[in-house]
Every structure is written in structure tokens, then in C-alpha cells.
Design a protein. Structure first.
Length: 289
């Protein structure tokens, strides 16, 4: 079964959209429908989505595009039909000799910046994103550490970077950084330290999307309420756990972001359609989800 799983899943991720409000999503009693992006790309998969903009006709998303010919991730902008969720266009916005992922967005003074994960380089870099050219230019080094899925936040009254880092990105320790230096570490009972998306504030409360890596990397997303700020002992309360509702995408689920009334997520599925069907049948026979 392990060999079959390896070749059936084969590192294929896709993104999907949730149309209901954050209040509805945070209530664990509510069911949530995920509208998965449709595409026919054979040389790429897409993960780590962050929403750039939403219009009546299109959704614009920054993602990690794992491009098979170069065997590493790059940051791309996807243009997606708002009504059908069909991928319409791919624009590569940042490609480096080292792997890129998790293109977190920072909006400031009318400008758009991104700070994608590039832990292979040993640092976290801030780039300015030019909407007119779909290109990025380096601005400054945010942290001289191999951070993994870092989030920059002002929700505690000062600018902080919150992140896990190499060599143990999927364990239980979350670091808080100020001006590039670690000022605090928080440990969890399970391996849920790694960020799953941008932290957000709703109805006066702060929430953090977290990756549940207890059983496997990016196994699920847990939305957590942040119970304290950086000046005291930070605590987290699990509010809702998310896994995929689609049989073809049940092998991983590790990003959650919300912007302009729309939520985007991602999930790991099957690269080969025939193996996908065979694996789903086997799981059904064995009584698994």
C-alpha cells in the first residue's frame, strides 16, 4: 500500500475556493463546500495560494507553481474564471535557482510586497510586486534565518515575523522574530507550529491558520484563536480542523487564506487519473475515508 500511495499521489496539489464568510467557516457545525480549480496543466501543480485580487469575472492568486521541468517551485500569478473556477492564465512572477513557495503578501502604502519562503537560501527576503509587469524586485532581507512559511503581522502592536525554521520546520516550536532576531518561542503539544496562511483578525479576536504535521507534513489545517499577545505567554485554542472534502484530494491540506470575501485553500491529490480511481476504490473497500 505504501508503494501504491507513493506513485498514486506523486506530489500533485491543487487549489480551491470557499465562498462563505469567515464567521461561517469558523463555526465547526457548518459544512463548507470547496470549489476546486479546473485546469489541464501537465507540467505543473499549484499550492500555497494567497489571493491578490477578486473581481466580478476573475480571481487573481499568487501560488507556488512546482514546475516539473526545473524540479523546483517558483512563484506564479494565476488568473481564474470567477464563475467556473477554470484556470485562464499563468504568469511567472519570481523564479530563482533555489526552491520558492508560500508567497505571503504584505500590503503597505498602496504597494504590494511578497516574502515567499526561500529557506534553501538561508534567509527571508522581501520583494515589491509590480502588478503592471507581473514581476518582483528585491527590497530587503527580513531575516537571516532559514524560515519556513513565515508570516509578517502587525496584530500585536508591532511588526513581528512568526515562523518555524529549518532543520525542524514541521515540529512543535514556533518562533517570534522582531527586527530579524528571535524574541520568543512557543511550544505545542503536537506538531502544529508551522503556519498554514496569513493570521487574521475577526470580531476583535486574532486567528492563526496552522498546519497539522503530527502524522504527515501538511496533513490538515487547524484554525486557532490566539489568546494572548507577544508581551506575555502566547496561547492558542483550536477552533476548527479542516481536511479536504474531495476523494481526489485527501492526501494533504495545508494552506488557508482569506481576502475580499473569498477564502482559498489547497490540497494534495493524485497525479495520474487511473491510479486516482484505483486508489479511491481500494480505500472504499478498506473502509477508509
Amino acid at each position: 500500500m505504501n508503494i501504491f500511495r507513493k506513485y498514486a499521489t506523486c506530489n500533485k496539489w491543487n487549489i480551491g475556493f470557499i465562498e462563505v464568510s469567515l464567521e461561517t467557516i469558523l463555526d465547526s457545525k457548518n459544512s463548507v463546500t470547496i470549489n476546486w480549480m479546473k485546469h489541464n496543466e501537465k507540467k505543473s501543480w499549484f499550492a500555497d495560494p494567497f489571493i491578490l485580487d477578486v473581481t466580478e469575472n476573475q480571481i487573481y492568486v499568487l501560488v507556488e507553481e512546482l514546475f516539473y521541468p526545473i524540479k523546483r517551485g517558483r512563484i506564479s500569478k494565476l488568473t481564474i474564471n470567477r464563475q467556473t473556477y477554470q484556470l485562464e492564465k499563468i504568469d511567472v512572477v519570481l523564479e530563482l535557482p533555489t526552491h520558492l513557495s508560500f508567497p505571503a503578501i504584505l500590503r503597505s502604502n498602496g504597494k504590494i510586497y511578497i516574502y515567499p519562503e526561500n529557506s534553501a537560501s538561508g534567509r527571508l527576503m522581501l520583494y515589491e510586486y509590480d502588478v503592471s509587469t507581473n514581476k518582483c524586485s528585491p527590497v530587503e532581507v527580513l531575516c537571516e534565518q532559514p524560515l519556513t512559511d513565515a508570516i509578517v503581522t502587525d496584530l500585536f502592536g508591532e511588526r513581528m515575523i512568526v515562523s518555524t525554521k529549518l532543520p525542524n520546520p514541521n515540529k512543535n516550536v514556533l518562533g517570534f522574530y522582531s527586527k530579524g532576531n528571535m524574541v520568543k518561542e512557543v511550544s505545542f503539544e503536537t506538531n502544529v507550529a508551522r503556519n498554514a496562511g496569513d493570521w487574521f483578525c475577526l470580531n476583535g479576536k486574532i486567528y492563526r491558520p496552522a498546519q497539522d504535521c503530527t502524522k504527515t507534513y501538511g496533513g490538515a489545517v487547524i484554525l486557532q484563536e490566539v489568546l494572548d499577545g507577544c508581551n506575555g505567554a502566547v496561547a492558542f485554542k483550536d477552533v476548527r480542523r479542516f481536511e479536504s472534502d474531495n476523494p481526489a484530494y485527501r492526501e494533504g491540506f495545508h494552506t488557508f487564506n482569506h481576502y475580499l470575501g473569498l477564502t482559498v485553500v489547497d490540497a494534495k491529490g493524485f497525479r495520474y487519473p487511473l491510479l486516482n480511481k484505483m486508489f479511491c476504490v481500494m480505500r472504499k473497500i478498506m473502509g477508509k475515508r
